[in-house]
Design a protein around this ligand. Structure first.
Ligand SMILES: *Cc1c(COP(=O)(O)O)cnc(C)c1O
Length: 395
């Protein structure tokens, strides 16, 4: 096999988008697909949104990048906006989700170690996805991400997701933090129970350990609230956000309370690009659109509509589908078997883009500003796809 110019780490399909219009992607060969994957929960305003496009264009002509050696009016302004709309007192900007989780891990360790404690261990949950850096793959028990990259970073303990007793039993003298996705994304769109999230908060308080939430996928209005933690009636100490944050512009953030961030002092962390004026302009434009009750209400009602329509539809195919789960417009459809073949069939033969996930589930992650028309087209494509689908023969 000869080497390709792109390092061949992705199992890329034959669909090759070159243009986007709202909830649609147009491929090199002119074919159109309804994009209910949204760049894996990234393009929350769809493609070519006028407000986001203009903000990026204007900022590109004004100032794209300056070093974090200088004062940042742009960073301060957007960080203040995050502080005003979340639990956080302070923010570190990154370029990706994995870096936001990395910063969260460092912040939790530094919280303890800056005051002379040697706590370092992070309790994480099985089938989690936290990114592809060494620390974030070490934070997941998924062996497919570890293979070939040993040894892992030490200091992670894996417990079953949504198992509060297991989490409690895993706490030891070296425990620094819990790290959890309130709604597992890659693991199969599995929302944690209220009791689990509230129980983790209580355990963290009782044992003096940090509660880190990974809201890289479920955050930024995706779940029907600005962040999913709001629906659990808890607040974290530290939280990672990214994906939708820049509406497609690569940017992430690690948010923390003043107390939790006390180890993150001058010289402890950094990023060359993190929070540059270009990224901040994209974030501001996204926040202009999503951070208000009217938009969040739209996400919730559209999510409910899509969910009930999906539930009705899957009832016609009990041999294929077993249920729908998720929150807001982060939905998962559970199948009776592995979902990749069905997702590929919808994409290749019916022009509908979805995302496969773990636990025999595929993800439905449309742009958040879709309306009834897009839901209807999605359902037409799904119905046609289910009717023409040949279930893979069991081996
Ligand atoms: C995608 C994702 C990440 C990693 O984000 P990258 O931008 O790919 O580094 C981390 N955590 C969760 C929950 C994610 O869905």
């Amino acid at each position: 096999m000869s080497i390709t110019p792109l390092m061949p780490v992705y199992p890329r399909c034959g669909f090759r988008p070159v243009r986007g219009e709202g909830a649609w992607l147009i491929s090199e060969d002119g074919s159109r697909a309804l994009d209910f994957a949204a760049g894996i929960a990234v393009n929350l305003l769809g493609h070519g949104h006028p407000h986001l496009t203009k903000a990026i264009q204007d900022q590109a002509a004004t100032l794209i990048h300056v070093s974090n050696l200088y004062g940042s009016p742009q960073g301060e302004a957007f960080a203040q906006r995050l502080v005003d709309t979340t639990f956080a007192d302070t923010v570190f900007f990154t370029n990706s989700g994995a870096e936001a989780v990395e910063c969260a891990i460092k912040t939790a360790r530094a919280y303890h170690q800056s005051q002379g404690s040697d706590r370092f261990e992070i309790i994480t949950f099985k089938n989690a996805f936290h990114g592809r850096t060494m620390a974030t793959i070490s934070a997941s028990n998924q062996e497919k991400m570890h293979k070939g990259f040993m040894p892992l970073l030490e200091g992670f303990k894996y417990v079953d997701f949504d198992d509060l007793e297991g989490a409690k039993a895993a706490i030891g003298p070296k425990t620094a933090a819990f790290l959890v996705e309130p709604i597992q994304g890659e693991g199969g769109v599995r929302p944690a129970s209220d009791a689990f999230m509230q129980g983790l908060r209580a355990l963290a308080d009782e044992h003096g350990i940090m509660l880190i939430l990974d809201e890289v996928q479920c955050g930024v209005a995706r779940s029907g609230t600005l962040y999913a933690y709001e629906q659990y009636g808890i607040i974290p100490d530290i939280m990672a956000t990214a994906k939708g944050l820049g509406g497609g512009f690569p940017v992430g953030a690690c948010l923390a309370t003043e107390e939790a961030a006390r180890g993150m002092v001058v010289g402890t962390h950094g990023s060359t690009y993190g929070g540059n004026p270009f990224a901040m302009a994209a974030c501001q434009a996204v926040w202009d659109v999503v951070a208000n009750e009217e938009f969040l209400t739209h996400v919730r009602s559209t999510g409910e509509k899509l969910r009930s329509t999906l539930e009705q539809f899957i009832g016609n195919y009990p041999d294929l589908f077993t249920g729908v789960r998720g929150k807001g417009l982060m939905l998962g459809v559970m199948m009776t078997h592995e979902t990749r073949a069905f997702v590929a069939h919808l994409r290749d033969n019916h022009g509908l883009l979805l995302v496969a996930a773990g636990d025999n589930t595929f993800r439905v992650l449309p742009p958040l500003n879709i309306g009834d028309a897009e839901i209807q087209i999605c359902m037409e494509k799904l119905s046609a796809g289910a009717a023409s689908y040949q279930m893979p023969q069991a081996a």
